[in-house]
Design a binder for this molecule. Structure first.
Ligand code: BG6
Length: 488
């Protein structure tokens, strides 16, 4: 099967940091279908040779193990061309159409990794140039809009020219091996299903913590913030993966129907819950790994009086038979104490305690997304024997854990998130992409939070870089009698 992959935003940060390295990995692993061509599109006046040279220089920033040798690069570069385009000019699309028609590949992927403001223009112009044929697939990067209205507007325009099955909305968290493992864990094993419900689960915590600050993206982040950047998409997709009902089969729509039901079941916000169950924070100066780092308001491209949040913690519930009353806590932020993405499922304590020492201690399942990728099952076991303490009532049980490290177990065979997703687009598999109705529902749910913040002059609570966010985040969860997993 031959394919052309057209990468709009071909000289952008995402192309250099994620997409080209991922395509190279697929090429190296022999999974990139043969007969492929990759066309970088950008405004600059570059020839293909210059573009390849620039890419080779960028590969120097990639982890050594993922960097091509000179020979590998030469082979990979043979697939790559550059086309200069001004995305607002119809003539430039006509020229692109001529380039594509000359080869007439079986599949044409249009990867729109540009500023979101250009999404609708690109789709309209592609259609005007006759490039919306049934063999075309469009990939849209997040953020898809700024709120529900703008998201709908993008989806409406895209739908005018492409069918839903041609549209691949990326949420790269769905491509992470740990997230696919979560589906495998839940729907490939019978063990957890009977326990996966309100009768046995006390609470679920989703944390996506980053050590990095906003880096060079200050201007973008100013108008985005953590709620739009991480919660509306990545964190809610994780919540869906944890909370959804078993789909009737593994087809894309069966999975997406179940995720949509979760989003529709999220407890609606009230003025009270908006005040009590949502914490917004912003990092102040602090230290990461012993090095001083500036506060958010001192970052390049950021307003010194900015109220943009770099941290969000919230509490919600899924109002259905399985989950009613179980708190789901979501927390994400930049410049936190560690890079750590994990989901913690805390089970209820035993209904009747015969070991005093275990009072209040519950079992938990930890799904580690990064930096490690694996599963930990935390249990209590008979500790080292203690001669003074042979009475069961005062026996000291020791916490132990079953630890599955997927990186060690499957190491070399693991496929990175973007690599996996790009191959899925080329193959036309939609399972790990977000449908428009899911995305709109997620926007609908986060919008009251945005509106509430817009009306709240108090602004975000500051936290020192290198900590776990404002203390209000721990206070929020403590009100339910729980604590974040790193505090337990
Ligand atoms: C992106 C956000 O979607 O995800 C970034 O825009 C964030 O702000 C990134 O840093 C985190 O992704 P990962 O895979 O590094 O956890």
């Amino acid at each position: 099967m031959s394919f052309d992959l057209v990468l709009f935003g071909g000289t952008g940060d995402l192309a250099w940091r994620k997409l080209m390295p991922a395509l190279f990995q697929a090429f190296r692993h022999g999974t990139l279908p043969e007969g492929g061509r990759i066309i970088g599109v950008g405004r600059e006046d570059l020839g293909s040779t210059q573009y390849r040279a620039r890419m080779q220089a960028r590969f120097e920033n990639v982890d050594l193990a993922k960097r091509p040798s000179a020979e590998e690069f030469a082979q990979f570069a043979a697939l790559i061309e550059f086309v200069r385009m001004d995305l607002s000019k119809p003539d430039d699309y006509a020229q692109l159409a001529a380039t594509l028609q000359a080869r007439n590949a079986d599949t044409v992927v249009m990867y729109v990794a540009t500023a979101p403001a250009l999404f609708t223009t690109v789709c309209e112009q592609l259609a005007a140039a006759g490039l919306n044929t049934p063999k075309t697939r469009v990939v849209l990067e997040k953020p898809l809009g700024h709120d529900l209205a703008s998201n709908r507007e993008i989806n409406r325009t895209v739908r005018k020219f492409f069918e839903e099955k041609q549209v691949f909305r990326i949420d790269h968290y769905l491509g992470k091996p740990a997230v696919q493992n979560l589906f495998a864990l839940r729907f490939g094993n019978a063990l957890f299903e009977p326990l996966w419900r309100r009768e046995h689960i006390a609470n679920i915590q989703i944390t996506i913590a980053e050590e990095l600050g906003v880096e060079s993206r200050g201007a973008f982040y100013e108008t985005t913030g953590a709620l739009r950047d991480m919660v509306q998409n990545h964190a809610l997709q994780l919540l869906c993966a944890i909370g959804m009902e078993p789909p009737i089969n593994s087809h894309a729509d069966a999975i997406r129907d179940e995720k949509l039901k979760v989003l529709r079941s999220l407890k609606p916000w009230t003025q009270e819950s908006l005040t009590q169950d949502v914490v917004r924070g912003q990092y102040a100066a602090g230290a990461i790994d012993g090095d001083k780092v500036p506060g958010y308001r001192e970052e390049a491209g950021v307003n010194p009086q900015s109220n943009t949040e770099t941290f969000v913690a919230l509490r919600t519930e899924i109002s259905n038979w399985r989950w009613a009353g179980v708190p789901f806590y979501i927390r994400t932020g930049k410049r936190l104490a560690g890079r750590d993405a994990r989901i913690v499922v805390n089970f209820r304590p035993t209904p009747h305690a015969i070991f005093n020492a275990t009072m209040g201690v519950a079992n938990s399942l930890v799904i580690n997304l990064q930096p490690k990728d694996g599963l930990e099952l935390h249990l209590l076991a008979q500790g080292p024997s203690n001669r003074q303490n042979r009475n069961a009532a005062t026996q000291v049980l020791a916490p132990v854990q079953l630890d599955l490290d997927f990186d060690k177990r499957f190491g070399a065979e693991r496929v990175g998130a973007y690599e996996r997703l790009l191959l899925d687009v080329i193959d036309g598999r939609l399972n790990l992409f977000v449908r428009s109705d899911e995305q709109e529902e997620a926007w609908r749910w986060v919008e009251p939070i945005l509106d509430n913040w817009a009306a709240d002059a108090q602004g975000p609570r500051l936290y020192a870089a290198g900590t776990w966010g404002p203390s209000a985040s721990s206070a929020m969860i403590a009100r339910d009698g729980y604590c974040w997993s790193e505090e337990s």
